[in-house]
Design a protein around this ligand. Structure first.
Ligand code: PLP
Length: 379
């Protein structure tokens, strides 16, 4: 499955080359610059000549910082041997899934969900079993349905909270249900926590990894792209029990060799220094979320939940009785607004659009005005 964002970006850029103005609400990356302290740490590392291979699982200081971060945020005792550094969250996901999935294994994944999940399940010969995320459940899932699709063949369940594309957060009681089933069926859990630091309600981050007995069955995927606005740096990590880490080690050794040395040093700085710039970014995202949700709910025929995390909203456009892809395409061509149709994230995304609010309030206002006037013509 292609990733919708890249496809729509290419189409939008083609329109721009022909002189059309396009507001970009399709892109899944913060619009903020990487903080200066992080940039300086990388430059310093290069100046000091830290430009050579590192161990495949990463430099010790970074593995230690990630272990500390994980221990603190999940109230567990995690040490560096359970941490591997990867050149992106995507590589963390790839190596984790490659380590767990054998041909014929059933893998439950969220739908709508990040497109790489289903693509990689199929790539590794697994059988993708979608877990529908429901607007009526605040974009969590129906626990009865989950019980029905869990079987002895369920090798793995993939979670993503806060979620791309809905921004939804899986409540603790639902995590407990998943944990009960994963323990009963001895299944692995991959918890993609790439948006864990972009949340708008107070209270600790709830990870399935913190639930008693789950640490030895859970693989955490995380990274620097979203939290520190470092999408182009390519830096992520995986936290897993030793049996999985050995496989990840081997896969990294024989594929990428190691993650770039100086980006790893910048990662140490990012985790060690004050988190004030991330807090400022999250505060700005919260303002934008409120603005976007209010504006969307003021458009006749559109309803939109207020998500508690990430930087996406997933408005319902079923009222228009047209497919999501038709509406997304119509908005790109007629209104000059690039966004993604819900089905780019799976069949249960039909009837929704994904809007990324990782852009300025001015651009959001312009984009939403254009959406409003174009949708009015569709009614
Ligand atoms: N997981 C989810 C849910 C994402 O949305 C993304 C990026 O968009 C990633 C993982 C991978 O992020 P990266 O490879 O930039 O670390």
């Amino acid at each position: 499955m292609p990733e919708g964002a890249y496809k729509v970006l290419a189409e939008a850029q083609q329109l721009e080359r022909r002189g059309k103005s396009v507001i970009h609400l399709e892109i899944g990356q913060p619009d903020f610059d990487t903080p200066d302290n992080i940039k300086k740490a990388a430059i310093e590392a290069i100046k000091l000549g830290h430009t050579k291979y590192t161990p495949p699982l990463g430099i010790l200081p970074l593995r230690n910082e990630v272990a500390k971060f994980t221990s603190k945020s999940t109230s567990t005792n995690t040490n560096f041997t359970e941490v591997g550094i990867t050149p992106s969250g995507k590589t963390a996901l790839f190596t984790a899934m490659a380590s767990v999935i054998n041909p014929g294994d059933e893998v439950i994944y969220p739908d709508p969900g990040f497109p790489s999940y289903k693509t990689l399940i199929k790539f590794f010969g697994g059988v993708p079993i979608p877990l529908p995320l429901l607007e009526s459940e605040n974009f969590s899932f129906d626990t009865k349905h989950l019980k029905n699709i869990f079987t002895k063949q369920t090798k793995l369940i993939i979670l993503n909270s806060p979620s791309n594309p809905t921004g939804g957060i899986i409540p603790k009681k639902d995590l407990q249900e998943i944990a009960n089933l994963a323990i009963q069926y001895k299944s692995w859990v991959i918890s993609d926590e790439i948006y864990s630091q972009i949340r708008f309600s107070t209270g600790p981050y709830e990870s399935i990894y913190s639930i008693p007995k789950m640490k030895k069955q859970t693989i955490i995927i995380n990274g620097f792209s979203k939290t520190y606005s470092m999408t182009g740096w390519r830096l992520g990590w995986v936290v897993a029990p030793k049996s999985i880490m050995d496989k990840v080690d081997s896969l990294l050794t024989h594929s990428i060799g190691c993650t770039a040395s100086f980006t790893q040093e910048a990662g140490v700085k990012a985790l060690k220094d004050s988190q004030a710039t991330t807090r400022q970014m999250v505060a700005e995202f919260k303002k934008r979320r409120d603005f976007v949700v209010n504006s969307l709910n003021n458009i006749e025929g559109v309803t939109c939940l207020k998500p508690d995390g990430a930087f996406y909203v997933f408005p319902n456009i079923k009222h228009f009785k047209k497919s999501s892809s038709y509406i997304a395409n119509y908005l790109l061509k007629k209104a000059g607004v690039a966004l993604l149709d819900g089905t780019s994230f799976g069949e249960y995304g039909e009837g929704y659009l994904r809007i990324s609010y990782a852009t300025s309030i001015e651009k959001l206002r312009l984009g939403l005005d254009r959406i409003e006037s174009s949708l009015r013509k569709l009614r």
